[in-house]
Design a protein around this ligand. Sequence first.
Ligand code: GUN
Length: 295
Amino acid sequence: MSAKIIDGKQVAADIRKELKAEVSALKEKGVVPGLGVILVGADPASQSYVTAKERACENIGIYSDDNRLSAETSQEELLALVDRMNNDPKINGILVQLPLPKHIDEPTVLLAIDPDKDVDGFHPMSVGKMMIGEDTFLPCTPHGIVQLLLRSGVETEGAHVVVVGRSNIVGKPVANMLLQKKEGANATVTLCHTRTKDMAHFTRQADIIIAASGWPNTITADMVKDGVVVIDVGVNRVDDASRERGYRLVGDVDFDAVKEKASLITPVPGGVGPMTITMLLYNTVESAKRANGMA
Ligand code: GUN
């Protein structure tokens, strides 16, 4: 069997079309959703993510306030900018691109963001609400994964989902979201990580694998059962002299081999990536609606 490819670009385009219509309707009522974007430093991957986020905003009519700060920016300066955005009624969502330079304390910065503008879903208040199943901004990559599964018709209820990777941005929240008593969740979840003994023992039992380890080839064909659904969150650069830029992007899954056993699989690029940005747009539109008593 060769897997069907889950086309994240198409699913993302469908959702963005819905959002674009919603933004137009809001504009007719005098509401323009706004996103404040902050990037500290010049990490090339972060720069391209931030540029992609701003372009996506522009494409659907969201106003974005672009702030690219030098790597030497102090924590106080960054906190002052967050505070300005917290108090700016044109800004409905605040995005501080992670990781931050070492001299800045990430938890302090995330805590400073007004939870009503926390469109990344990283504030402890948002994380806590998500954990107990209350309505809140959901973090974008995990939310995108859940939407991909839902819109691809994958049944999660009662399924055994094995998540590989325990980051705060993907692994922990996606595991949590999938075990909630909700539509598109209700799964039995196992969370594997670097200290898991015999990871293949768990992944071979999985109906759905979510690979978010940050390492190429974490999931190989011998580690999966026939018919598994595979969501690959990885974005890894590997040297490739045949490409003009000298590298290519691969996920955390040995795609070519695993697709021969899986029933559905996401590619890299073009799988989870476009969904992350889309859910950021979704949260920003939601925030604008809430701020104007429309949600
Ligand atoms: N760095 C990697 N992923 C993300 C994300 O979803 N949001 C932010 N702010 N930074 C990130």
